[in-house]
Design a protein around this ligand. Structure first.
Ligand SMILES: N[C@@H](CCC(=O)N[C@@H](CS)C(=O)NCC(=O)O)C(=O)O
Length: 216
């Protein structure tokens, strides 16, 4: 049985898992779940059996084990497939440093601009398109300000020295999302440099939203 990834081309959490699978050089079958069409495939009964929180991604591994939450999936893959590259360093301290950056993004930025949050801002709340966009920009910028500062003490070519880690796997999709909301990236030169460096690696290029079969 092959690994299966349920996701959506523009979902940043799915994008993280695609990058991780590519870095691990693992083959997988990609099954798109359209988040908007027909009320959203994530809310359909057959998908809820895979993920009761009605979010993508879901990964089904070679043994049929179903996993949710992108960071849990990535750490599971890292434990199971340590070669050709580890996405978390081995020392407890370094691991904590990488997780800190990953969680800065996955807990404190991305959820605030998730589709269901943006939908709620407009209905039942009465936000306009402009207010919704300002909301996204505000929280992305607040998060990037702190991350830019953090990176000064740990970045090399990538977030954690010259090792590609789970922090980069989270950063690149978040920058992609920031660009969608026209965040001025010039204010974050380290983040921008790391984004460019990562996007020179084939694993990151293949994982880009525009390179997915369900890209619109
Ligand atoms: N913490 C979750 C976040 C998952 C998540 O927010 N998924 C988004 C796409 S990036 C989603 O499915 N949104 C659908 C919705 O909001 O209805 C993870 O890392 O897997």
């Amino acid at each position: 049985m092959a690994i299966t990834l349920y996701g959506y081309w523009r979902s940043s959490a799915t994008y993280r898992v695609r990058i991780a699978l590519n870095l691990k050089q693992l083959d997988y079958t990609y099954l798109p779940v359209h988040l908007v069409k027909e009320g959203g495939g994530q809310h359909k009964a057959e998908y809820i059996t895979l993920n009761p929180t009605e979010l993508v991604p879901t990964l089904v591994d070679e043994d049929g084990i179903v996993l949710n939450q992108s960071l849990a999936i990535i750490e599971y893959l890292d434990d199971l497939y340590p070669h050709p590259t580890l996405l978390l360093p081995q020392s407890a301290l370094h691991k904590a440093r990488v997780r800190t950056l990953a969680l800065d993004i996955a807990c404190d930025i991305q959820p605030l601009a998730n589709l269901r949050v943006l939908q709620y801002l407009k209905n039942p709340l009465p936000c306009s398109d402009a207010q919704q966009k300002a909301w996204c920009q505000h929280w992305i910028e607040a998060g990037f300000k702190g991350i830019e500062q953090r990176l000064k003490s740990c970045a090399g070519d990538y977030c954690f020295g010259n090792m590609v880690t789970m922090a980069d796997v989270c950063l690149v999709p978040q920058v992609y999302n920031a660009l969608r909301f026209t965040v001025a990236m010039d204010n974050y030169p380290l983040i921008q440099q790391i984004y460019n460096n990562c996007n020179r690696l084939s694993a990151f290029v293949a994982a880009k939203p525009e390179n997915q079969p369900d890209a619109e």
